[in-house]
Design a binder for this molecule. Structure first.
Ligand code: U5P
Length: 240
């Protein structure tokens, strides 16, 4: 949690780059490295998802993480851990050995499972970011379900806080939820900007601390230009 806050301060950017490369790309490690070099000055972290974690080897991922760190950035593994305790722990072992600084987990596994996962990650020097309300339209069918007179997401928020998680994910497309969770202490990571219809400034104004952005930067003709534009727009709107 502190490491990403320092990186965001140093880079003057709350952007977490979702390094989601299309399957059509040949030589994924080279393209990943090229993208990090291009936008490294405009972001505070890189998030990797199945787009890279499935096709690449552990040593290829480690090399990408070394490059990420050489730019003073943090690295987040987004495979939404959601399994039995033993499996989550093995996943954390592998992911931290590959150099990830944080993992994303799903509080659906329950209080105990989430607490064990956080403990394991913290012991390995890594953080945990918990899903609270996802960005896609169907999120309301899960995270928005009414349970005991309230949305499941508010239970997930309590679980994240209780387990000692380092941050939460709330979609930039869910401005009401962002405003609700903004009152609590955990940093909020917000995906869903651009390609999914969310807006960077609106998300920040509604309570997001970090913006997770993928396709609108990665697939742009000039990724650095787009990242820099978003970074400047946010800096300006925060100053206002
Ligand atoms: N992501 C979401 N929404 C969530 C949680 C995670 O979009 O609620 C992830 C996606 O899997 C993707 C990135 O890796 O964040 C968003 O990419 P994009 O829509 O900016 O391309």
């Amino acid at each position: 949690r502190e490491r990403i806050a320092r990186a965001a301060d140093a880079k003057k950017s709350p952007i977490v780059l979702a390094l989601d490369l299309p399957t059509s790309k040949r030589n994924l490690p080279a393209f990943a490295a090229k993208t990090i070099r291009a936008v490294g000055q405009h972001i505070c972290a890189v998030k990797m998802n199945f787009h890279l974690i499935l096709p690449l080897s552990a040593s290829e991922i480690s090399r990408i993480n070394k490059l990420v760190h050489s730019y003073g950035l943090q690295s987040i593994a987004d495979i939404k851990l959601n399994d039995i305790e033993n499996t989550n722990e093995v996943a954390i072992d592998h992911l931290t050995r590959m150099g990830f600084d944080a993992v994303i987990a799903n509080p659906f596994i329950g209080k105990g499972g989430l607490a064990a996962l956080v403990q394991k990650a913290h012991k390995a020097g890594a953080g945990v970011i918990a899903l609270v309300y996802m960005s896609h339209p169907g999120a309301k069918e899960g995270f928005g379900l009414e349970v005991g007179g309230r949305g499941l997401y508010s239970e997930f928020l309590e679980r994240a806080t209780g387990a000692g998680a380092d941050g939460i994910v709330v979609g930039a497309t869910q401005l009401d939820i962002l405003r609700q969770v903004a009152k609590q202490q955990l940093p909020v990571y917000s995906p869903g900007i651009g390609a999914q219809g969310g807006d960077a400034e609106q998300a920040i104004r509604s309570g997001a601390d970090y913006l997770i952005i993928g396709r609108s930067i990665v697939e742009a003709a000039q990724p650095a230009k787009v990242a820099k534009e978003i970074q400047s727009r946010i800096l300006l709107s925060v100053r206002k």
